[in-house]
Design a protein around this ligand. Structure first.
Ligand code: ME8
Length: 521
């Protein structure tokens, strides 16, 4: 039986500044989940990209003395290049300025206008430019500021086209209540349901060209452009070939990943737009918390950001992926501190897997260069017990992914590494090697068995951690001589009772111990 295809999306990031750690988290998470699903046999299509229209971008381009399209091209290029350099595996990089997107947004607008779901009227409200949306009074702080951008929204009054979102309020509530995994974790679902207790307002989906030119022109009124959220959300659907070559099965498998800042557009605007378009709902929206610097959200607008490529270069490849997944409890906020990052790298990567692989492979390569064959009959009860740690680590790993508790998965993996370390300490292979060097045949046999057990366990650790540390995992598997077909090692390889390891010539260099920069630096 062929496994089901899955479709995963990140938000389309605004091209108002280069990517920072917050964008990296969502993008890395989707890359990790994609790799995990591929390991379990599911073909996956992953989408990311850039959201390029709107007032915010128009203003930034103007300030930079650039044409908005040239400005968008440049920043979009930074996003694409950053993800490429971080080896993030995406099938689609979507841009909202592409001609095919513009055409499909206009098709959607025409359909909604023709069926009476879009009307023209006057509106007054508080507009936050950072969010590119009207904020209700209840959504502002006690001082009347936008909680995300710490700025007072502008009072605005203008005549616009409105999408009659309120018509779909009851259907949306029913859908959320009948499908508990529609918005996860549950506290975000509850937040949306609480919001829907109030009458839902209609959504202003156009801007007069007198105020904003940088947008998709309305197909039925050339004096207006489309509101950036109405334009951008459609990307997820358009990328599946909608409307003319719609891959509905792929669409219905979609999981959207976002942070909580854009819960409302994804939890309310988007599902009501889908209802109006008569398209099946997305499968799930999975919402994470913020990466904070101190007490504030890390944000382009606030300028308090950590750049992913800079830290990767300084602290080692793949260390950021591991840290972000290990540190954040999905759904809650986390603070980024260099202290925690450095401690995590040293504990789990340099002293953990790095040291384990180095100490075992140094002995294995020296004593059994070429091939190490493991005779099943020589395994002791202790060896067999040590090998059992593989199955429990794998099942806890999978369970963590299934329950959106990625921290638990990573913990199960580092527990496996610790268990192998303990086994090595108890078996003292260095002492066996010494005795073997004096011609003790029993010690040689026992050393071979102990090494074989360690290599099976290291194989399991490498296969399991593949989604989070793909390059380190592949380096280890290559040295062990473990080959596989397809794009990723199948997760079943973690439990393989391999009889023969055709070892490579060198111990792979995985992770270096790192230090905090000095206060002066
Ligand atoms: O909202 N912590 O784009 P955006 C965690 N264009 N995640 C963060 C973060 C932080 N401090 N900062 C950013 C937009 N993110 C719209 C989306 S989708 C059709 C349109 C991540 O550039 C997180 O995924 O402001 C968040 O939801 C997204 O970047 C916001 O990106």
């Amino acid at each position: 039986m062929k496994s089901a295809r899955r479709y995963l999306t990140t938000p389309l990031y605004y091209v108002n500044a280069k990517p920072h750690l917050g964008h990296s988290y969502t993008t890395i998470l989707v890359d990790v989940i994609k790799r995990h699903l591929v390991q379990r046999g599911n073909p996956v299509i992953a989408l990311t990209g850039t959201d390029e229209h709107g007032e915010k971008i128009e203003q930034m381009a103007k300030a930079a003395g650039q044409d908005p399209k040239a400005f968008a091209d440049e920043i979009s290029g930074h996003f694409r290049e950053t993800w490429k350099q971080m080896h993030l595996d995406f099938d689609i990089f979507y841009r909202t300025t592409d001609a095919s997107h513009v055409k499909k947004v206009q098709q959607a607008l025409t359909k909604l206008k023709d069926q009476g779901d879009i009307v023209y009227r006057e509106y007054t409200g508080n507009y936050c430019l950072g969010c590119e949306r009207f904020r209700t009074d209840a959504e502002l702080t006690a001082d009347g500021l936008c909680p995300d951008h710490q700025k007072k929204p502008e009072a605005r009054s203008e005549a616009n086209y409105f999408f009659l979102m309120s018509k779909y309020q009851k259907r949306l509530i029913d859908h959320i209540e009948k499908n508990p995994s529609f918005i996860e974790p549950a506290h975000y679902k509850n937040e949306v349901l609480a919001f829907l207790k109030q009458p839902l307002e209609d959504l202003s989906i156009s801007r007069p060209k007198s105020r904003l030119k940088w947008g998709i022109e309305l197909p039925f009124d050339s004096n207006h452009v489309t509101y950036v959220w109405f334009d951008a959300l459609l990307n997820y659907l358009n990328a599946t070939g909608w409307p003319d070559q719609f891959d509905q099965a792929l669409w219905e498998s979609v999981t959207h990943f976002t942070a909580k800042d854009i819960l409302k557009p994804h939890g309310i605007y988007w599902p009501t737009m889908l209802m109006a378009l008569n398209v099946p709902q997305y499968k799930t929206l999975q919402v994470h918390g913020y990466w904070l610097m101190g007490q504030s959200k890390m944000s382009k607008s606030l300028g308090n950001v950590v750049r992913p490529l800079e830290v990767e270069e300084k602290y080692g490849r793949e260390t950021l992926r591991f840290f972000l997944l290990r540190e954040m409890s999905f759904g809650l906020d986390s603070s980024f501190t260099l202290e925690n990052y450095v401690t995590c790298i040293n504990a789990y990567l340099a002293n953990g897997i790095g040291n384990l692989v180095s100490r075992v492979l140094t002995i294995a390569l020296k004593n059994f260069p070429g091939t190490l064959a493991l005779d099943e009959k020589t395994l002791t009860a202790e060896d067999k017990k040590a090998l059992e740690a593989r199955a429990s680590a794998l099942s806890q790993w999978d369970q963590g992914f299934d329950e959106l508790k990625y921290q638990n998965s990573l913990k199960a993996w580092s527990d496996l590494v610790t268990a192998v370390d303990l086994y090595v300490n108890e078996m003292k292979p260095w002492a066996l090697a010494k005795a073997a060097g004096t011609g003790d045949a029993t010690a040689t046999e026992r050393l071979k068995t102990v090494m074989g057990v360690c290599l099976r366990l290291i194989q399991a650790a490498a296969v399991i951690i593949y989604p989070v540390l793909p390059r380190a995992s592949l380096d280890i598997l290559k040295t062990l001589g473990v080959q596989f077909s397809g794009p990723a090692p199948d997760s079943k390889l973690a439990l393989e009772d391999r009889r023969e390891f055709k070892l490579g010539a060198e111990v792979p260099k995985l992770f270096m111990r790192v230090q905090l920069p000095s206060v002066d630096a």
